[in-house]
Ligand binder design. Structure first.
Ligand code: SF4
Length: 348
């Protein structure tokens, strides 16, 4: 085969997507864009990227910002551990590298929340270092072109694909090569209905020759999603409302929510410990609403029970009594945000 990289780079037109983070070799901006775009579409991620660059134009500004402000700016993007890790890594850069973004792959990959893919992307895009990126697009392109059936989520598969990607990399143009292969996977060798008739590899692609496009790449494990039910108590009076920050090592750590009970199986208001705690004696609620949110590994069912009281009871310190008019200053998971969008007029 004519050099894989040569064909790829010939196919690629670097000006094809005029995205703001493509116009820079500033490692900080590239890092921000890569973290924001993980599991996020470009159209959704771009306004967040621009907002972050505006509010935190330097690593130092990000490192010195309160975490709650960072989470608030991230609100709606999901996968909040990315925002928490971003904040920790900015502080690492400040403390270990005196605020200057590290310039070697080893130093970059040592930062919190940066894996092999992101480190290779930053090292090659910012510093033109010869490290091949391996993401979902690269797995798909290589497995199809070379007919590799090793599962991409197995230890052997990860190793095999990483070695092959590194072998194929154009060591003189790693930045262009890496951008090209990812674009190629996103635009031509797509998961469904790849554009084989326009593909520069069609004469040698094993998947096309052997009619295996729909089975490559192979995944060993089937994802089983768990189903969770969160029962939220929206407790408010004429002025205030109770919220609580999530502190456990679970989804949405650091975000806010209403007082909550998570129950496996049937939930009954008569068994609710929270309602007993606040001495709630009614047999129904003022209003109830349910919403569903799908995460990568879980389905979240949020049930919202509105309880309007003439005066709010006193609760432990972990519950925050805030003025209702300020509620949108806090960062909430999407499911609560959706509920608030529907009910804010009523609550306030
Ligand atoms: S021929 Fe089709 S399946 Fe093969 S690499 Fe090209 S687009 Fe992908």
């Amino acid at each position: 085969m004519k050099s894989f990289s040569k064909k790829l780079v010939e196919w690629y037109n670097p000006t094809s997507r005029n995205l703001p983070w493509k116009q820079t070799n500033d490692a900080y901006k590239i890092w921000l864009s890569e973290i924001i775009l993980q599991q996020t579409r470009v159209e959704q991620g771009t306004p967040y990227y621009l907002a972050f660059i505006k509010k935190y134009p330097t690593v130092k500004k990000l490192a010195n910002a309160p975490l709650d402000d960072v989470l608030k700016l991230w609100e709606g993007l999901g996968y909040y551990s990315r925002a928490r890790n971003l904040h920790v890594a900015a502080q690492q850069i400040l403390e270990i590298h005196q605020g200057k973004f590290p310039e070697t792959y080893a130093d970059i990959v040592a930062l919190k929340g940066i894996g092999n893919y992101t480190a290779a992307a930053i090292a090659s895009f910012a510093y033109n270092l010869p490290h091949a990126v391996v993401d979902g697009n690269v797995f798909r392109v290589l497995s199809r072109v070379f007919g590799i059936e090793t599962p991409i989520d197995s230890t052997d598969g990860k190793k095999q694909f990483a070695q092959l990607a590194q072998q194929l990399l154009d060591k003189k143009k790693p930045s262009i090569h890496n951008q090209a292969i990812m674009h190629f996977g996103a635009l031509v060798c797509k998961p469904q209905n790849p554009l084989c008739e326009q593909c520069p590899f069609s004469s040698e692609c094993k998947a096309l020759e052997l009619n295996k496009i729909n089975i490559l790449p192979v995944k060993a494990k089937k994802l089983i999603k768990s189903e969770r039910h969160f029962h939220y108590f929206v407790l408010f009076d004429s002025k205030n409302i109770y919220i609580k920050q999530r502190t456990e090592n679970d989804i949405w750590k650091g975000l806010f929510e209403f007082p909550v009970e998570e129950v496996v199986g049937q939930w009954s208001m008569f068994d609710s410990k929270f309602l007993q705690k606040i001495n709630y004696r009614q047999s129904s609620f003022d209003h109830c609403l349910s919403y569903k949110q799908t995460l990568s590994h879980q389905y979240i069912n949020g049930h919202f029970y509105e309880i309007r009281l003439s005066k709010l009871p006193k609760l432990e310190k972990s519950y925050l009594k805030i003025e209702k008019k300020n509620i949108l200053n806090f960062a909430f998971p999407k499911i609560i945000r959706t509920y608030l969008e529907d009910r804010l007029n009523f609550l306030t």
